[in-house]
Design a protein around this ligand. Structure first.
Ligand code: AMP
Ligand code: MG
Length: 408
């Protein structure tokens, strides 16, 4: 049985970005840039005022104070958006609003709060340094500078930055098409009549929510009873329509776990079928080429916590890589354990837990309900404790590695 690290390495080695597409600025949120973005001009575009105030010659007001204000003649106003072709000479001033262009003759802007307006005369109560309250042209980015690099996710501030640079479209990485095939003869959709022995199907809902969180919208959902023929048909359909195929359930050793057999028979190249982790030991990963395109196949165990943990640990990194986020890794920190932690397996365990700040330290407590069928524990958790393979006991008060889980 391979280790988690080996499994993740194999998954990432076999996933590559699936391609690029040109996208409009307004639709680009959540995508990852597939080109470097340079400043086409200086940013700020021109010297402009950081405040509402009055433009002055510094020498005119060098002795100005609240007790001895300096009087200047007001010769005009420049609002944001005006062309600002006004010339001030010694002894004069111009009203300048925030964001307005600074004419060459203005050396500083004095905030309105330090001025008294009396019709055409302005009393200035404070001296100013040269360039005071002026945002200089190019002070943030000079023309030609690389501002946002390929591989950067387009978050709300990044989309704002791209807009401010004047870009209306650019290249991003495509998002993969994903199919989920839910197997199990016991499953009933929530809201439908449930006969004895049946349970409500939950994995498709949580996995679709996971995919949507990554902005993946092109999702096909297939269902199959535990019958080889049906599973085969659904997998074939999924392979022909998607880049990534996720089967759920039927990947273990039970008499009716047909998924691995079906995948072998369909010629999928298998990399692993079990991983030394808990939950989610039965865990399939394979690839195939269909019409010159590489398809990635994950087989998740059906227990709801197993399928979610497995998604988080192995599928999400692969999807992020396919979408261009090449070096995105999960966020790990150390936290102090609130109670003893024991285990019997020789596997890396992902213990569902709640971490919080207490008296200045980060403490962590496993949630109740650690069974791989117990969604309550993972629903409550905000992190996973990584309980190493080679340890069977960690005492209360010791530091453990936790991985923050980030579902929205
Ligand atoms: P399996 O991996 O198919 O052996 O399923 C393991 C356990 O997970 C069984 O108790 C199943 O009933 C349950 N299970 C499988 N698939 C789902 C699903 N989509 N939603 C909820 N429970 C499931
Ligand atoms: Mg099953």
């Amino acid at each position: 049985m391979i280790s988690f690290d080996e499994a993740l390495k194999l998954v990432l080695k076999n996933t590559t970005p699936i391609g690029k597409q040109k996208i409009k600025l307004k639709d680009s949120g959540g995508y990852v840039l597939a080109e470097d973005i340079k400043a086409k001009f200086n940013i700020p575009l021109f010297d402009n005022s950081a405040v509402d105030g009055f433009g002055v010659k510094v020498s005119d007001i060098k002795d100005a104070s609240a007790e001895l204000p300096v009087e200047l003649d007001l010769i005009g106003t420049i609002r944001a958006g005006d062309s600002g072709k006004i010339l001030i000479t010694p002894g004069t001033t111009v009203k300048i609003l925030t964001g307005a262009i600074i004419p060459d003759s203005v050396e500083a802007v004095v905030m309105k709060e330090f001025c008294l307006e009396a019709s055409n005369k302005i009393l200035i109560k404070k001296s100013a340094m040269k360039w005071g309250n002026i945002r200089r042209e190019g002070e943030e980015f000079c023309k030609g500078k690389e501002v946002v690099c390929m591989g950067k996710q387009i978050t709300p501030p990044v989309i704002g930055l791209l807009a401010s640079l004047g870009y209306s479209s650019f290249y991003v990485y495509k998002k993969p098409k994903v199919s989920i095939i839910v197997t199990g003869s016991e499953l009933v959709k929530p809201g439908k009549k449930r006969l004895p022995g049946k349970i409500y199907e939950s994995n498709s809902y949580s996995l679709i929510a996971c995919l949507k969180e990554l902005g993946i919208e092109n999702i096909s959902l297939f269902f199959a009873k535990d019958k080889k023929q049906i599973i085969t048909k659904q997998v074939q359909k999924a392979i022909s329509t998607s880049d990534v195929i996720i089967t759920v359930g039927g990947v273990s050793v039970g008499d009716y776990d047909f998924v691995k057999e079906v995948l072998y028979e369909l010629g999928i190249k298998t990399y692993f079928t079990t991983v030394a982790i808990k939950p989610a030991k039965p865990n399939y990963f394979g690839t195939c080429i269909k019409k010159n395109k590489k398809k990635i196949v994950f087989g998740l165990p059906g227990n709801p916590v197993s399928s979610l943990v497995s998604y988080h640990q192995l599928i999400k990194p692969a999807l992020l890589k396919m979408m261009g986020q090449i070096n995105k890794s999960s966020f790990h920190v150390k936290a102090q354990l609130e109670s003893d932690l024991k285990k019997k397996t020789n596997r890396l365990e992902f213990v569902r837990a709640v971490a919080e700040q207490k008296n200045g330290s980060l403490i962590v407590e496993p949630t109740k309900g650690q069974g791989s069928h117990m969604l309550g524990g993972i629903a409550e958790a905000n992190c996973l404790i990584h309980f190493p393979r080679d340890k069977d006991l960690i005492h209360k008060g010791q530091n453990v590695e936790i991985e923050l889980i980030s579902w929205n």
